[in-house]
Design a protein around this ligand. Structure first.
Ligand SMILES: Cc1cc2nc3c(=O)[nH]c(=O)nc-3n(C[C@H](O)[C@H](O)[C@H](O)COP(=O)(O)OP(=O)(O)OC[C@H]3O[C@@H](n4cnc5c(N)ncnc54)[C@H](O)[C@@H]3O)c2cc1C
Ligand code: SF4
Ligand code: SF4
Ligand code: SF4
Length: 391
């Protein structure tokens, strides 16, 4: 049976909970908002299956320096409307369109009615629209793994997309290889806490005096494709607001390294050893090696890791403009090393649990000069013992 001694050893994929035929494992949310398996030992027969399918345990004994890719490309979707909705160059849409046209089903991350990020399936192109766009919070794959298993067993073509650990978890949970399953992972910086994301959504709802139904954090309508997050907030009352100065910058929280899942700081997928058929990412070309591949609306990196992945990229070649690139041109930080945690991580969570989101937001993320001044005064008052924060 799985015995988790360190939170860093679990990416929360839910493969173990799904594979246990005795219902001995449930996924339980911890104080940071991340899910971990909890085992009911009275139901466990000690068959060892959960440990055998765990992707993190498996990767601990693998040679992760062994490169798996077969070919590398930079690409851009030809359909401009779909490219505008995509986080980068629209690689996902090209793959999803081909699978849907073949009568298949696509799995990806969406916002549910409460703006939580979860994995769902779609068998129409219209349904796949909700998968477009990066959702910067950990997605829940628990139900999707079972549904995907039933679909592949029925012989239907399936495209399952997600973070590298989610794809590896799915493949191990399925145990057997299926020719009708194609997988696509994204190069992954880290996944932030769903709990903090939920606090952030509540804050935005309050500031916008409404209820969010969607956020596009990489909106291209005003500045095109850019490193800086540009937000489009869609609200239940029909408003669609771009870059409102009243709202809150999730990018600052996302890149803070304070709220990521602990396993991300020891990620075993920030390398060229991939579990998926196809890996996609942003092709930023920050070192200006391929200016010919720049696009104001985004360029994707596409990495074919298996024969099936190579075949798929050949199949979509008429919908996406692709150019071969070198490994040096493809490499980016999250293909080389895990994102390091901020040294204040423990302090941050202590403050969060003691004082709540409003306090940590102001203390760690609101860096206007006025707020910096207020923080300094509070620190002095706290140090001399005349102010005791209650939030
Ligand atoms: C949490 C996260 C971190 C990322 N970090 C990097 C990075 O460091 N470097 C980099 O180059 N690219 C990163 N990406 C990938 C990048 O932003 C694009 O998703 C990718 O280039 C695909 O582009 P596209 O135009 O095909 O995407 P889109 O058409 O926008 O497709 C989005 C795809 O991402 C999946 N997805 C969205 N949100 C999630 C989520 N929360 N969990 C699982 N899957 C999700 C969807 O299921 C879909 O398959 C990250 C994405 C996510 C979600
Ligand atoms: S060892 Fe077997 S029975 Fe026990 S929790 Fe794991 S999968 Fe379930
Ligand atoms: S990484 Fe996945 S399989 Fe391993 S313990 Fe965590 S949830 Fe279970
Ligand atoms: S950084 Fe690694 S461990 Fe974290 S979600 Fe991404 S692939 Fe999984």
């Amino acid at each position: 049976m799985i015995r988790l001694e360190r939170v860093e050893d679990c990416c929360g994929c839910s493969a173990c909970a799904n594979v246990c035929g005795h219902g001995a494992i449930t996924m339980v949310v911890d104080a940071e908002g991340f899910s971990y398996p909890k085992i009911d030992e009275s139901l466990c027969t000690d068959c060892g299956l959960c440990a055998r399918v765990c992707p993190i345990i498996a990767r601990k004994s693998m040679d992760l320096s062994a490169k798996t890719y077969k070919s590398l490309y930079a690409g851009r979707l030809k359909d401009e409307a779909a490219l505008r909705r995509s986080a980068s160059g629209g690689a996902f849409w090209a793959l999803a369109s081909a699978v849907i046209a073949d009568g298949g089903v696509v799995f990806g991350a969406v916002y549910d009615d409460d703006m939580r990020v979860v994995h769902r399936s779609a068998d129409t192109l219209e349904g796949c629209r909700a998968f477009q766009g990066s959702k910067y919070s950990q997605s829940d794959t628990y139900q999707a793994y079972r549904e995907a298993r039933d679909m592949v067993r029925s012989g239907r073509k399936v495209l399952f997309t997600g973070t590298p650990c989610q794809i590896d978890g799915l493949l191990r949970f399925l145990i057997k290889k299926y020719d009708n399953l194609l997988t696509m992972d994204v190069v992954c910086h880290a996944v932030p806490s769903p709990q903090i994301f939920s606090d952030y959504i509540s804050l935005v709802n309050r500031r916008l005096k409404g209820r969010l139904t969607d956020i596009n954090m990489r909106d291209k309508s005003t500045r095109g494709w850019s490193h800086a997050f540009t937000y489009r907030y869609d609200l239940a009352d029909g408003r669609s607001l771009v870059d409102q100065d009243k709202t809150v910058d999730w990018g600052r929280l996302f890149f803070s390294k304070l709220i990521d899942r602990p396993s991300c700081h020891e990620c075993k997928y920030t390398n060229l050893n991939r579990a998926s058929d196809i890996t996609v990412a942003d092709f930023w070309d920050d070192d200006n090696m391929r200016p010919d591949l720049r696009s104001p609306l985004g360029t994707s990196l596409l990495m074919a890791n298996t024969d099936a992945g190579e075949r798929m990229l050949r199949d979509v070649a008429d919908t996406i403009t692709m150019s071969a690139i070198t490994e040096r041109e493809a490499l980016q930080p999250c293909l080389q090393r895990p994102t390091a945690a901020d040294s204040r991580r423990r302090q941050f969570w202590g403050d969060y649990h003691a004082h709540g989101f409003g306090y940590v937001y102001r203390r760690y993320f609101d860096d206007t000069n006025y707020q910096k001044f207020k923080n300094m005064i509070k620190k002095i008052l706290k140090t001399i013992g005349v102010w005791h924060p209650k939030e």
